[in-house]
Design a protein. Structure first.
Length: 314
């Protein structure tokens, strides 16, 4: 059955054409949630307990200690380590893509679950497009530049590793971009994607791809060194692409599950422009603020630059 446009959403209508109730209040609450998440975040839990165990279980060996032997092993490691890093501080913001993706599915919930699930390919495809362009390009650049990149450096500036300086800069920019997109969805600032919902998803995909540019995650660092050692830019492009695809596997599965369990009613619920703007804006602001606070305030404070509250488990 042919897919039809969501009701109340013209093909060129973006999610920001209708302002949700109390947008400033929602933005402030979302920003506060982002700050709280940065305070409570446990990198030990997400990086080691979750990330390492997932990778070790899927690969069947110690992911960090076992050498990558051959191209096939490298590509498998790239995808698995990307999936294992889903909940890390350098990737959790990908959850903000759920709202924008629901607005470009092009499905009519009346057509049933199967039609709605087929429609998932469209938003996921647009998200992956923006992501792959950036991650593949960085994979090529990374192999060509190698150790000249700060991300692969073992040097420090004072007590701060150079690679973390790159992380703070990159994630600070990405966090600000996500926050702006969230405020734009809430109609609190001008929205350049007001009539370009697909462009919004592609842009968020590009930001997700940009996570690799700042990622200090140990398993990604291992993958990066392997790609550089091969000396093959195409290996770098493919490995980084697979890493990014692994990063969005879970959020794609959650999106599909929400559609399947609700039999398409999730898309109908998100078809209301004000509701969609509220959900999208809240997620983008919360995760954008978290990204900025975590990488530009909490991480520097760990090395004596400024102060940030610490939990007993960190």
């Amino acid at each position: 059955m042919a897919l039809r446009q969501l009701p109340n959403a013209a093909p060129d209508a973006g999610i920001s054409t209708h302002r949700p109730p109390h947008p400033l209040r929602l933005a402030l609450i979302s920003a506060a949630a982002g700050v709280l998440l940065a305070v409570l975040w446990s990198f030990e839990l997400v990086d080691k307990v979750i990330g390492d165990n997932v990778a070790n279980t899927v690969l069947g060996h110690d992911a960090k200690e076992t050498a990558i032997t051959g191209a096939v092993a490298g590509m498998l490691f790239a995808f698995v380590s990307g999936f294992a890093g889903t909940f890390t501080a350098c990737n959790i913001a990908v959850a903000a893509s759920v709202g924008p993706m629901s607005q470009v599915s092009g499905a009519d919930p009346a057509d049933g679950t199967r039609s709605a699930l087929r429609a998932l390919l469209r938003p996921v495809g647009w998200l992956a497009l923006g992501m792959v362009v950036v991650s593949a390009a960085y994979g090529i650049i990374g192999v060509l530049l190698g150790d000249r990149l700060p991300q692969l450096s073992t040097e420090t500036v004072g007590t701060v590793p150079v690679r973390l300086i790159q992380s703070s800069v990159v994630f600070g920019v990405i966090g600000l971009a996500l926050t702006y997109l969230g405020l734009a969805a809430l109609k609190l600032v001008p929205d350049i994607f007001a009539h370009r919902p697909v462009a919004r998803v592609i842009t968020i995909g590009a930001l997700v791809g940009g996570f690799l540019v700042g990622r200090p995650y140990p398993m990604f660092n291992k993958l990066f060194h392997w790609a550089v050692d091969t000396g093959n830019p195409l290996y770098g492009a493919l490995a980084f692409t697979l890493q990014s695809l692994g990063n969005i596997l879970l959020v794609t599965a959650v999106f599909a599950l929400a559609v399947a369990i609700s039999r398409g009613r999730f898309l109908a619920w998100m078809a209301d422009p004000r509701r969609a703007a509220a959900v999208t804006g809240a997620l983008l602001v919360a995760l954008g603020v978290f990204t900025v606070i975590y990488w530009d305030i909490r991480v520097p404070a760990m090395f004596g630059f400024g102060w940030f509250p610490r939990m007993p488990y960190n």
